[in-house]
Design a protein around this ligand. Structure first.
Ligand code: UT7
Length: 325
């Protein structure tokens, strides 16, 4: 049986140059390198310069992904940009990227699922391609999450960073088996009853301000490992494969302990897990494509590998995707 699949034909990333270490943060709030490393695995993160906006980071990643794909923006039908930190309240930051790329046709819009944003955006674009509504799509995760931080709050300010990653999807045919190249399946969930566990205490409708990140960290942690292992098992079952078939787990990078706990629950050894949280921090919607770009760039992820993606964040919203590279 011939089926349409979204094949990942290009990948790129962009990180702002400014590195902020744990020691730098310990000079601003009552924290220490030892606490941050022990509780999160984070050692440093990149922070966007004051004049760098989310669209600038997104554009850097988008250009790199198109170059890697050997494609021009004129070949794209769709841009889906996952972000929690748009340049402006409206319009969609994706339209700014569209214009900067010189793409004058098709559609560009943003998706908001906070840290799960890249999985949500990938699912949207994958469905457009599989339905034949787009032949090629750019999926971007881009954040200037530092703009949402209360720099006096040590419980959140040490956790996040800025960056962007992007993939180019192009429709190709497969046999409808897990051996097909491309996105095999995506699985999305949310549970709005947990809205207050992780949110920004502002917004155009609520306060007229942007607000700052507020999080009940322990509660989010408690949900994370269970929900992430469940949604990964859902992806494996949907494709008739097992954890032993997975070459690489590329998780959302929030906390090394969450990543290790999820891998352990699945029975995946840590040498099959891509971890960048130590030098990226939590970059929200950008974390998965940033980690993917690093592992593809250094040759760990290669053509034919089975790659599992997962993320959870505010909402709570979470999801997974299984991709044959
Ligand atoms: O990407 C979106 C999803 N988000 C997540 O997945 C985040 C999930 N949560 C977490 O990663 C962890 O809960 C945190 C890293 C946020 C916190 O780690 P924890 O082990 O859950 O620590 P805790 O909140 O239980 O705090 C333990 C102690 C507290 O002090 P007391 O009450 O025991 O005296 C905190 O006040 O650590 C204190 N603390 C800090 N100390 C030094 C909290 N933040 C800091 C800090 N430096 N930065």
């Amino acid at each position: 049986m011939s089926v349409l699949r979204s094949q990942i034909v290009g990948i790129g990333s962009y990180l702002p140059p400014d590195v902020v270490t744990n020691e730098d943060l310990a000079r601003r709030v009552d924290t220490s390198d030892e606490w941050i490393v022990q509780r999160t695995g984070i050692r440093s993160r990149r922070i966007a310069a004051p004049d760098q906006k989310t669209s600038d980071l997104a554009l850097g990643a988008a250009r790199a992904a198109l170059l890697d794909a050997g494609m021009g923006a004129d070949e794209l039908d769709l841009i889906v940009l996952a972000t929690t930190t748009p340049d402006n309240t409206f319009p969609a930051t994706a339209t700014k990227v569209q214009a900067a790329l010189g793409m004058t046709h098709g559609a560009a819009f943003d998706v908001q699922a906070v840290c799960a944003g890249f999985i949500y955006a990938l699912a949207v674009a994958d469905n457009f391609i599989r339905l034949g509504q787009a032949r090629a799509a750019l999926v971007i995760g881009a954040e200037t999450f530092s703009r949402l931080l209360d720099w006096n709050d040590r419980t959140t300010s040490v956790l996040f960073g800025d960056g962007a990653g992007a993939v180019v999807l192009r429709g190709g045919t497969g046999e409808g088996t897990p051996a097909d190249r491309g996105v095999l399946s995506t699985h999305l969930h949310s549970d709005g009853r947990q809205y207050d566990l992780l949110y920004a205490d502002g917004g155009p409708s609520a306060t007229g301000t942007t607000g700052h990140v507020r999080m009940q960290g322990q509660e989010v942690f408690r949900h994370a490992v269970q929900r992430l292992s469940d949604v990964l098992n859902e992806a494996l079952a949907a494709n008739g494969v097992s954890a032993a078939d997975v070459d690489w787990l590329v998780p959302h990078q929030a906390n090394k302990r969450i990543i290790d706990g999820t891998a352990r629950k699945l029975g995946l050894s840590t040498d099959r897990v891509v971890t960048t949280v130590d030098h990226h921090g939590n970059t929200s919607a950008a974390s998965i494509p940033l980690a993917l770009a690093e592992a593809v760039g250094d040759g760990r992820i290669r053509r034919g590998h089975l790659v599992a993606l997962e993320a959870i964040g505010g909402g709570l919203a979470w999801g997974s995707a299984l991709v044959r590279w």
